[in-house]
Write a protein that binds this ligand. Structure first.
Ligand code: HEC
Length: 168
């Protein structure tokens, strides 16, 4: 290839880039307004996560299992009762949502809660590497119970629980 041809290609390529840039219109300003609600948190959750179905039935046994994990891993921030008044949250001056208010999580799917618990939301630590998936689903069920939903009676046929939490 002669250097002239090369130069021509470069000029054409540059022209293309320039034309592309010119074509892009200014994106319309869609900045959130003051009406953005403080909670639920605008966490980025994929449509797939959002649509994920809870494979663990909402029963008393599941809620009880979720509660046991909650009391050791979550209550320090979210409060024993789920009202957001945990000691650590007060010390750190965190703004923690009130799970006892049925409105707080009503627009969240179980899949979203599962994803949030797994990934965490700053400053909340993610649990995906520390808990089994059934443990996270039990937590989701416990959050529903905190909001006032009554779990089904247990069948007595729930699978055995894997209770080992990986220490941090
Ligand atoms: C270090 C304190 C802390 C710990 C520990 C913690 N959280 Fe949180 N959590 C927060 C804070 C703060 C928020 C609010 C984040 C925001 O909206 O900016 C939050 C938000 C959430 C939300 C999202 C609510 C929503 O829709 O906006 C869920 C669900 C949740 N926490 C569940 C849990 C569970 C379950 C545990 C225990 C495994 C846990 N958290 C442990 C501090 C904590």
């Amino acid at each position: 290839m002669s250097s002239k041809t090369l130069l021509l290609i470069l000029v054409l390529a540059a022209g293309c880039l320039w034309a592309q840039e010119k074509k892009e219109p200014e994106p319309p300003s869609t900045a959130p307004t003051a009406t953005t609600p403080a909670s639920p948190h605008p966490a980025t959750i994929s449509a797939e996560d959002k649509a994920r179905k809870n494979p663990v039935k909402f029963t008393e046994v599941s809620v009880q299992r979720g509660k046991r994990i909650y009391n050791t891993q979550c209550a320090l921030c979210h409060g024993e009762k789920g009202d957001g008044k945990g000691e650590l949250a007060e010390d750190m001056k965190l703004n923690v949502p009130d799970f006892t208010n049925p409105d707080t999580l009503k627009d969240r799917t179980d899949g979203e809660l599962f994803a949030i618990i797994g990934a965490g939301i700053d400053p909340m630590p993610g649990q995906a590497g520390r808990m089994t998936e059934p443990q996270r689903w039990n937590l989701v069920n416990y959050l529903r119970a905190l909001a006032g939903k009554a779990p089904e009676k247990s069948s007595g046929k729930e699978p055995e629980e894997n209770v080992i939490l990986v220490p941090q």
